[in-house]
Design a protein around this ligand. Sequence first.
Ligand SMILES: Cc1cc2nc3c(=O)[nH]c(=O)nc-3n(C[C@H](O)[C@H](O)[C@H](O)COP(=O)(O)O)c2cc1C
Ligand code: SF4
Length: 432
Amino acid sequence: MPGKPLIMTFPVTATSHTLADYRARGGYATLARVVAGMPQEEIVKTVTTAGLLGHGGAAFSAGRKWSVINLRDGQPHFLCANADEGEPGTFKDRWILEHAPHLLIESMLIVSYALEVRHAFVYIRGEFDLPYRRLAGAIDEAYDAGLLGEGVLGTGFALDLVAYRGAGSYVCGEASGLLSSLEGKRGYPRNRPPRLTVQGLYKRPTVVNNVETLANVTGIVANGADWYRSFGTAKCPGTQLVSISGHIAKPGVYEVEYGYPLAKFLYEDCGGMVGGRKLKALIPGGISTKVLTGAECESVTYDHQSLGAAGSSCGSGGMVAIAEGTCMVRLLQVLLRFYHHESCGQCTPCRDGTGWMHRIIDRIVAGNGRLDDLDRLLEISRRNDGTTICGMGDAAGYATVGILAKFRDEFEYWIEHGRSRCDGALEIAAHA
Ligand SMILES: Cc1cc2nc3c(=O)[nH]c(=O)nc-3n(C[C@H](O)[C@H](O)[C@H](O)COP(=O)(O)O)c2cc1C
Ligand code: SF4
């Protein structure tokens, strides 16, 4: 692992997802300490002091989100793990679900104890088969062992945990769309305020956290805030599970300590580009994060500050490596088709804007583009930014602005010559 691992600390075997293996590694010992009477405020304070940030994309402080929940308001509180993992290029939460489902369950038990939650949910991508079976099997094991349900470990604490399968919509990964879907409605994102921690599931205070965010909680509560802060950087503690795909020699899921040199990760840990090609561009954290050029990757470290200064972000940890020879026009076409297809249609700028952008890029690729189409794409992106209910409208624009800012000459070439300037050997297929 690049740096010190926190989550991937045990070898993956055919049985590492089982309760027996998890217990043999000390699993559920932290829960036992917690339910024996750890003060609820202490758990929230420890996680806040540790500086645990959300791993689902927005990097919001987990402890600060939880601190909005009023433990004495007499209302039901809900906890939901976001296991939708729909961001293209991202496949790291499924690693936890497949190999360490009990780590997620133990963490959810601890968070539920801390936040007075009686019913918790894992909203899991409908297409996930093995991750769902592993998670559902682990939940069954936990019920049988008295770790879920009434009287957890013989105490007065009770929690029911449900794995709920989505139906494959990208916006159902957005926290409020997820809750609409969980309520059995169409997965429409909701306007904020009110915040979900004030009015979430069934209009009750609800915490939605990414699977990986939650999976970190057991270790933090077991070892303390200083222990967590000993990983990563002062401003960005901890690690991130990075799923890397594209033209990389060794694709897969890696746990990367924040602050680790990005170039070292790409060239040493992941073996560089396939076929010895040069790195042309990198999508660092899911397609909604702005693309970096190969040259930019040389000088950044993998953390929120360094990637932020380079104009991008860690996002959801879904890296896509793009080798020299790849056509960025076709790449943007693939991305815009995805956004147009996934727009839920509630907001005019997103519904119409992604449609216009998709049609413009199709027109360019068909050889009928005009040079002013490029400014039109930028203008639509600008008008989408901040004018929609959820972040998807912004995201389509970020991808477009990021690619056009760095590879505009390729678009101009295609418009003037009616074809790609790239050799196409590694062209990303666009099933137009
Ligand atoms: C269109 C869209 C899709 C999203 N998909 C996911 C997802 O699949 N998984 C996820 O954890 N967060 C996703 N998010 C972010 C969630 O809205 C939310 O910020 C996150 O689950 C909060 O958890 P965290 O604070 O632990 O990161 C998405 C956001 C948007 C706008
Ligand atoms: S921004 Fe797009 S996906 Fe999000 S609510 Fe509006 S129309 Fe739906």
